[in-house]
Design a protein around this ligand. Structure first.
Ligand SMILES: [Zn+2]
Length: 261
């Protein structure tokens, strides 16, 4: 079985070509080339902050935890600011804009890089929320970071919602906080309806990442897994490709461009 990278890319591109409802599912691995830190890696955020402490319940109930939490968020915000989409994000955007193949991008990432790369915000489903917005935990009003940056810069307490006095928090899903149910339901539905489900840069371990590819298979779709390391769902995939997201997707795009001629 001598498959070279071009053969694999041609196979994936061929399946994209035949499909009309491609779902791209992405995890941290698609953003590493952009320099987005993987918080779970050694030296990452979770070496400096104790994840056990960083729960939604602590954020809501303990002012002291909240201060540490905001310090963490501010650190993340600074690390995220300035990151740009890479060739893998741009390829995914092309599947939507150039080829009209994409029914959805479902992502575990909170970095907003799919939208930045050119995918329509309406097609991007962020399972873990977004780093780029703040939300009031009481009335769900949305705010931009601008309103808290001064306070964070000066080590002061972040103000509450100007409308209702509720607590503000970045619109990401924290430990102990439920996934947004509308997003989750949509993600499940889109996965069932997918004729091709491509997982890129996710270890497919945590829920619901571990479930969506199964739904795609149950719905009769093909499953492609692109990840540098093996995943527990590899046995059910039609194709497993252990390579970086950027390398895989640029090879796939090369093949798609050739199919246009
Ligand atoms: Zn409010």
């Amino acid at each position: 079985m001598a498959f070279n990278i071009e053969d694999i890319a041609r196979q994936v591109a061929g399946w994209i070509w035949e499909s009309s409802r491609v779902v791209i599912f992405t995890g941290a691995g698609i953003s590493t080339e952009s320099g987005v830190p993987d918080f779970r890696r050694p030296g990452g955020i979770w070496d400096r902050f104790d994840p056990e402490e960083m729960t939604y319940q602590n954020f809501v109930s303990k002012p002291e935890s909240r201060r540490v939490y905001w310090e963490l968020y501010y650190n993340c915000w600074k690390e995220f600011a300035g990151v740009e989409p890479n060739r893998a994000h741009l390829a995914v955007a092309e599947l939507e804009n150039r080829y009209q193949k994409l029914s959805a991008v479902i992502t575990q990432n909170v970095d907003g890089l799919h939208q930045e790369a050119g995918n329509s915000p309406g097609r991007v489903w962020e399972l873990h929320g977004t780093m780029w917005q703040l939300t009031c935990l009481n009335c769900s009003s949305e705010y931009s970071w601008d309103i808290v940056l001064d306070a964070l810069e000066n080590g002061e307490e972040v103000e509450n919602c100007s409308g209702c006095g509720g607590l503000l928090k970045p619109a990401t899903v924290s430990f102990g906080q439920a996934l947004p149910s509308t997003v989750l339901l949509q993600a499940q539905q889109l996965s069932v309806e997918a004729d091709l489900f491509i997982s890129i840069g996710s270890s497919l371990v945590v829920y619901p990442a571990a479930m969506l590819p199964q739904l795609a298979k149950d719905g009769g779709g093909r499953l492609v897994i692109i990840n540098r390391e093996p995943t527990p769902l590899d046995p059910m995939a039609d194709l497993v490709w252990e390579v970086s997201a950027g390398e895989a997707m640029s090879e796939v795009m090369e093949q798609l461009y050739q199919m246009e001629d």
